[in-house]
Design a protein around this ligand. Sequence first.
Ligand SMILES: *[C@@H]1O[C@H](CO)[C@@H](O)[C@H](O)[C@H]1NC(C)=O
Ligand SMILES: *[C@@H]1O[C@H](CO)[C@@H](O)[C@H](O)[C@H]1NC(C)=O
Ligand SMILES: *[C@@H]1O[C@H](CO)[C@@H](O)[C@H](O)[C@H]1NC(C)=O
Ligand SMILES: *[C@@H]1O[C@H](CO)[C@@H](O)[C@H](O)[C@H]1NC(C)=O
Length: 485
Amino acid sequence: MARAMFTIWALFLIQILAQGANGAEGIPGLGVNWGALASHSLDPSIVVAMLKDNGIKKVKLFDADSWTVSAFSGTDIEVMVGIPNDQLSNFAGSYGDAEDWVQENVTEHLHKGGVNIRYVVVGNEPFLESYNGSYIKATFPAMQNIQKAIDKAGVGDKVKVTTAMNADVYESATNQPSEGDFRSGIHDLMKQIVHFLHEKNSPFLVNIYPFLSLYQNEGFPQEFAFFDSQSSTISDKNAQYSNMFDANLDTLVWALKKAGYPDLRIVVGEVGWPTDGDKNANPNNAKKFYQGFLKKMASKKGTPMRPGPMDVYLFSLFDENLKSIAPGNFERHWGIFGYDGKPKFPIDFSGQGQEKWPVAAKGVRYQEHKWCVLNRDVKNFSLVPDALSYACAGADCTSLGMGYSCGNLDVAGNASYAFNQYYQTRDQSVEACDFNGIANIVTEDPSKGSCVFPIEIESSGEMLRAMHILGSILIGLSLFHVTFM
Ligand SMILES: *[C@@H]1O[C@H](CO)[C@@H](O)[C@H](O)[C@H]1NC(C)=O
Ligand SMILES: *[C@@H]1O[C@H](CO)[C@@H](O)[C@H](O)[C@H]1NC(C)=O
Ligand SMILES: *[C@@H]1O[C@H](CO)[C@@H](O)[C@H](O)[C@H]1NC(C)=O
Ligand SMILES: *[C@@H]1O[C@H](CO)[C@@H](O)[C@H](O)[C@H]1NC(C)=O
């Protein structure tokens, strides 16, 4: 009897193990970005479980928040931690501060059973042209100081220092990749950085966005942003390019070649497609982009100049409702998953191109089923425009707009959407649903078609930090607050 039981038990166990092996398995080299600029954040342990459920083994963070980083303890997920741009001048100027940072944010986590930190990204797109050169002086010295501190801590073989470059650090006058070279104003600096990366055996990290090319250029051939086009749009020496990603990456390869480092390893730090906030940003296009991209990645074909497997971090895991919308309304909608960890479209992380929904975050707690809308009894709309501006200045209204997910609402719908965003962001506080008496709280979901009126999640301890960010937005509004509310 005991023996029979054991056999049954063993068969059961084998079955479970087999299921585990058949479960989600991401393409080797595939990672995701996880940004934290949201008013309400998922508990890091929920996110780590979600990554495991989806077979994703690499993650890129934009800071080194210890609660987030610690959640990876005991997993084999590779972690890339970051140093934000506003701290670069500090680390450039003070080796002591660099040492403290490395001690607290790297070395501390590296013990056995700790966190598998593999990279420190010093600065995020610091040479972006729209920054007007603000970080050009500090970036390289900050990288050097962090590297020195890592070497001193004795972990230089395991933990690599790099910086995340925007694709505008290189250019090609003719659009042909072979004409590629580093941007003239920073050419010498880029050569120094590339030399440093080569010496330290660190990769060149680059962010490539076909979506932005389409967004910024009216005449950009739409299909060139995706991966299914059969016709080549660029011919260059012996190479044919039928998608913008390959052409862009190869422009970098040529720039590296000319700088004397043709074989420097390249890691794509960000690539992805947003789902709202622009006429080309929707779940269908995002699905098409990722499907084409992941199939290409799984094929290990690489690009004409860099055949072979690629290392890539998708952008991004979640929507972030506090991101700056200076580049465009789409900025808050890059998530493959929504703010609450629900997937937005089918995506097959194994690159087989199957119509598969990824595994949602588990154990997410939402606030109550309540919404804030324009009071039905309001017939005089004269107060609506100011109330709407007020709500949208203090919450995310980037789904309102022609061709966006909430682009078909009437004036009242617009107001309701904005009021609800404001109310949810403030944890359904009663005072946040007043708007001079023209709003009220309802228990029936006002969502219409593609326009979802969200309910926020219960934030997990991150609230303090988020309210701090919101606080700075609100300071600017306080004058209006006094006169209006
Ligand atoms: C470690 O990183 C966190 C988050 O990025 C930062 O707030 C903290 O100041 C860093 N620690 C040190 C000693 O610099
Ligand atoms: C860069 O300069 C432009 C034009 O002078 C200005 O509008 C913008 O705010 C500046 N950006 C930063 C980050 O300083
Ligand atoms: C609508 O309300 C505003 C402000 O309360 C008021 O000045 C205006 O006269 C009202 N309009 C109508 C048609 O009642
Ligand atoms: C609703 O708001 C959006 C964004 O502010 C605006 O583009 C649109 O025209 C508004 N719709 C109506 C009917 O007022």
